[in-house]
Design a protein around this ligand. Sequence first.
Ligand code: 8DG
Length: 160
Amino acid sequence: MVQKSKTLAAALPTRIEVAVGILIRASDGALLLTSRPSGKVRAGWWEFPGGKLEAGESVEQALRRELQEEIGIIIGNCLPWQITEHDYPHAQVRLHWCKVTQWQGELVMREGQAMAWQQLPLDVRPVLEGALPALQWLSAERGLPFDARVYATEDAAHGA
Ligand SMILES: Nc1nc2c([nH]c(=O)n2[C@H]2C[C@H](O)[C@@H](COP(=O)(O)OP(=O)(O)OP(=O)(O)O)O2)c(=O)[nH]1
């Protein structure tokens, strides 16, 4: 039994820790979505900006670094919100969701992404499945209905 558990543990892929920022615009509560750059898995799909934690980094440190590197802003706050997990064929991820309401600098898409300020329900498609729980909770917070089926469909048009 011991040997079997060890083998099983060795076979399980490591869960990847990801820091994700929900940027909320003060004037109207809009949410920032960005498209995944070419060269990445699911290129062109829409997501909230963020990325993987590097060794020794906290969620806030990783989010601060990723948002500076990818969209050119320096965040002023990082309010931990939810933690979710999702299993993709390419990776098993743990998503650390933070709300961000203050930042400095102009948004610059440094990896050739597209960006869109969005109200719920989102107009952009397709959206990463791993982001759907966050969209569901955000919708609930705003008293809005949520239907996961309208997101993440392969045949839906890209972008709005
Ligand atoms: N940023 C972000 N990642 C998400 C969301 N939903 C979701 O499932 N993910 C997943 C997709 C990826 O498997 C993982 C993020 O990894 P990534 O490859 O984009 O990270 P990264 O920017 O550090 O990229 P790299 O250095 O490996 O090129 O988290 C989301 O809303 N935002």
